[in-house]
Write a protein that binds this ligand. Structure first.
Ligand code: UDX
Length: 437
């Protein structure tokens, strides 16, 4: 039942907006969600999901009568007071966040309607202050999202924390938002707008730093014969460090980390501050994607005329998202070395097709491996753990596997005849890669 529950407005029905809309509907709120793309609104109104996210279809179906999708901003403004802005803020060529969509939304909001603008989109610190200056009649609250693709519904329903930033005069709006999130149980962090904006950017930049750090540790482990899995386990037990986000691999991708790290670096730079650590985080991540190519050169001497199979293309499992996926750089580098590239991904093939020039997309892992001189595991899809690796070894011209996510157990692979090499993993047959310089 939705009696007594406040109507929620959602502006921008991309991934964040759709998850937000469906989850508030699940909590019993009527929701009006507005997008400028009529086809998207029509599909959602007809009950078709536009993104691949576990649990979302069920939420949409179960709460269909509470959810209205529309292109009409007037309808949204009439029915909802609390407006969640969920439009995207992609990086521009300069590496800053592109705020044009946010601006277009803000300019369209009336100042005398009693609405509360709740900024979910990731924006540079200072954006809220600028909007408040330009539109003093609007109540403004910063409430950044911390959702992970593949577990966004669960993350929304069970947040670690909910950050609510408001400045003088907007406390009542912040209180209303805190009441909305109270049933979810996560700690509510009440702060000012600029600090809320920084919490989001700093959190993602710190997580990216953790990944680049462990990737560099992995590279050193290879030189000294240590195992990065053991090192991360030992480090993670220190409560000040924690075990999460210490998986070495071929670098982070996705729509958030590369964009947010770059946005924070640029934000600092625009104020005249040189955020040196983030330069290293970005550079390590770029080099890490290419390191696999050095590993292959170390074993095959030359890649000219060789066939390399990529297992997985998406930036992480359980998604078809190809944004900033390591596979894009890797495929291009392999082709640049003269290799032909075949690939298989259980769900991202369609999304990958237009991004991967000249890569042969196959219908199964075994098809991709057929005749290959080497394979690279790019995305840790569970089905790769179940693959018949003995059959795969028989199909390949040379059973050589670089496990870019340290996902597979080396022993059975080696027993099946594979030369196996992970990232910073101590295995019987992992020589140091060819020099990176
Ligand atoms: C991330 C943040 O986690 C989320 O809080 C934010 O709001 C949006 O960005 P997401 O991009 O969905 O979420 O992916 P996440 O699961 O965090 O992984 C990001 C990337 O880091 C992936 O490419 C993954 O493979 C890589 N990664 C993650 C590692 O290489 N090692 C790790 O230990 C963890």
């Amino acid at each position: 039942m939705s009696e007594g529950k406040e109507t929620i407005g959602v502006i921008g029905v991309g991934w964040v907006g759709l998850v937000t809309a469906s989850c508030f509907a699940e909590l019993g709120h009527p929701v009006v969600a507005r997008d400028i793309v009529p086809e998207k609104v029509a599909a959602l109104s007809a009950g078709e999901t536009t993104i691949h996210e576990p649990g979302l279809d069920e939420l949409l179906a179960r709460n269909a009568e509470r959810l209205t999708f529309t292109t009409d901003m007037g309808e949204l403004l009439e029915r909802a007071r609390l407006l969640f802005v969920c439009v995207d803020t992609p990086p521009t060529r300069s590496g800053d966040a592109d705020l044009s969509r946010v601006r277009a939304v803000v300019e369209g909001l009336p100042e005398d309607g009693g609405h509360v603008l709740i900024m979910k989109s990731t924006v540079p610190a200072g954006t809220g202050e600028a909007i408040r200056r330009d539109r003093p009649g609007l109540a403004y609250v910063s409430c950044p999202e911390f959702l992970k693709e593949g577990s966004a519904v669960a993350d929304f329903m069970h947040p670690d924390r909910v950050v609510i930033g408001a400045d003088g005069g907007d406390e009542a709006a912040a209180d209303a938002l805190a009441r909305l999130y109270a049933p979810l149980g996560g700690e509510i962090v009440r702060t000012d707008v600029a600090s809320a904006e920084m919490i989001k950017l700093a959190s993602n930049a710190f997580l990216a730093t953790k990944i680049s750090f462990v990737n560099e540790i992995a590279n050193v482990c290879e030189e000294v014969g240590a195992d990065v899995g053991e090192v991360a386990r030992g480090m993670g037990l220190d409560q000040r460090i924690g075990p999460a986000f210490l998986r070495a691999g071929i670098g982070y991708g996705g729509s958030c980390f590369p964009k947010d790290v770059s946005a924070l670096k640029m934000l600092a730079g625009n104020t005249g501050y040189h955020f040196q650590l983030l330069n290293a985080v970005i550079e390590v991540n770029e080099l890490q994607k290419r390191r696999v190519v050095q590993k292959l050169l170390g074993r095959l001497d030359s890649l000219v005329g060789k066939r390399v199979a990529l297992l997985g293309l998406a930036f992480k499992p359980q998604t078809d998202d190809m944004r900033e996926a390591s596979s894009l750089v890797l495929a291009a580098r392999l082709q640049g070395e003269g290799a032909t590239v075949s690939a298989y991904d259980p769900v991202a093939a369609d999304a990958a097709r237009e991004l991967l020039d000249g890569v042969e997309l196959c219908d199964s892992a075994l098809d991709a491996l057929d005749g290959a001189d080497a394979a690279v595991l790019v995305t840790e899809w569970p089905e790769f753990a179940e693959l018949d690796w003995a059959e795969a070894a028989g199909r390949m011209a040379r059973p050589l596997l670089i496990d870019g996510r340290n996902f597979l157990d080396p022993e059975p692979l080696q027993a099946a005849g594979f030369e196996y090499e992970g990232i910073g993993r101590a295995t019987a047959d992992s020589p140091a890669p060819a020099s990176a310089d």
